[in-house]
Design a protein around this ligand. Structure first.
Ligand code: KIV
Length: 327
């Protein structure tokens, strides 16, 4: 029988805590095991904190923060300095969650050197774990330079908001053979250049699923159906904070949890009994509940349902079968 009073050698007294932050290998494993990853954007401490508590797999400090947080009309004006401030705040709120910094327009296109230096700012100044940038074959030299510098790079294809002008506005992608083939070729080029993951934005479920199956790296989606390796949502869409523009895939989760929140409040002990610091009765709890419900729905492949996915007509789908990449 073990002697409880016997002193443990010093090394055994140090509590070995398994780090909770997920990393690259976890994401690959999740893809292999068919477990969808749930992630969300955050741009500040309170919401990043709520996201971490709710159990998201990753957080993106998106350049969408330029719109939903800073009030610009598009994502284009947001600067690298502004992104760093947002990313630092999010990191302080979620110290144990894989954090991705979104490269703003102008921070990576001019040269490979610009791309590496901007990406390193996210890593070194803000404590990000990876970066994301928009574009396919046209940015491959920059992706390779960042990967060579030891940076984890996520690609972003489909609807890429920084270049909406060249798409002729916010348009759903991947519905024609031309658009699908281009996205597939860009995706394969990004994978070959060393991108560790890919995000597809605004694409019907079927073509997005084909791309996710073709690639060995995780392929996530925002408005790209459920046949991929995980979902991203914009925090302000999930909370119902952003009213200027509501994309097809933007689901507000507050109505889903408001009853749970009301029941929770009813059962909270009186503040004089538990102390002010312990009484959690505000928006932070409601936000955490909403994000946790989203995470559960993603895991169960219930989000996005048909209501929040881009439809594709039967004829369009049949035409896609002519693509050499369609399986
Ligand atoms: O900036 C962002 O949040 C994004 C998503 C829209 C994909 O890039």
């Amino acid at each position: 029988m073990a002697d409880k009073n016997k002193k443990l050698p010093l090394i055994e007294q140090v509590p070995v805590k398994k780090p909770v932050k997920k990393g690259l290998l976890d994401f690959v494993k999740m893809k292999r095991n068919g477990v969808p990853a749930a992630w969300i954007t955050a741009y500040d401490l309170p919401f990043a904190y709520a996201a971490e508590k709710a159990g998201v797999d990753m957080i993106l400090v998106g350049d969408s923060g330029g719109m939903v947080q800073l009030g610009y009309a598009t994502t284009n004006p947001v600067t690298m300095d502004e992104m760093i401030i947002l990313a630092k705040s999010a990191r302080r709120g979620a110290p144990n969650t894989f954090l991705i910094g979104d490269m703003p327009q102008g921070s990576y296109e001019p040269s490979e050197r610009d791309a590496v230096l901007s990406a390193l700012r996210f890593i070194k100044e803000a404590g990000c774990d990876a970066i994301k940038c928009e574009g396919g074959q046209r940015i491959i030299p920059k992706v390779k330079a960042m990967v060579d510098a030891g940076i984890l790079v996520m690609g972003h294809l489909g609807l890429t908001p920084q270049s909406t002008a060249s798409f002729g506005g916010y348009k759903v992608q991947g519905k024609s053979v031309k658009s699908f083939d281009k996205t597939m070729e860009d995706a394969l080029a990004l994978q070959k250049a060393g991108a560790y993951a890919l995000l597809l934005e605004a694409m019907p479920s079927e073509p997005a699923e084909q791309i996710a199956k073709e690639l060995s790296i995780p392929v996530y989606g925002i408005g790209a159906g459920t046949g991929i390796d995980g979902q991203l949502v914009i925090m302000h869409d999930l909370m119902g904070f952003y009213q200027a523009f509501r994309p097809w895939f933007a689901k507000c989760y507050i109505p889903e949890v408001v009853q749970e929140f009301a029941d929770y409040l009813k059962n909270l002990p009186d503040v004089r009994r538990i102390g002010r610091d312990e009484r959690k009765d505000g928006l932070l709890v409601l936000a955490e509940m909403a994000i946790a419900k989203y995470v559960a729905d993603v895991r169960a492949k219930q989000f996005p349902g048909a209501e929040y996915s881009y439809p594709i007509k039967k004829e369009e789908l049949a035409a896609l079968a002519a693509s050499k990449y369609w399986k």
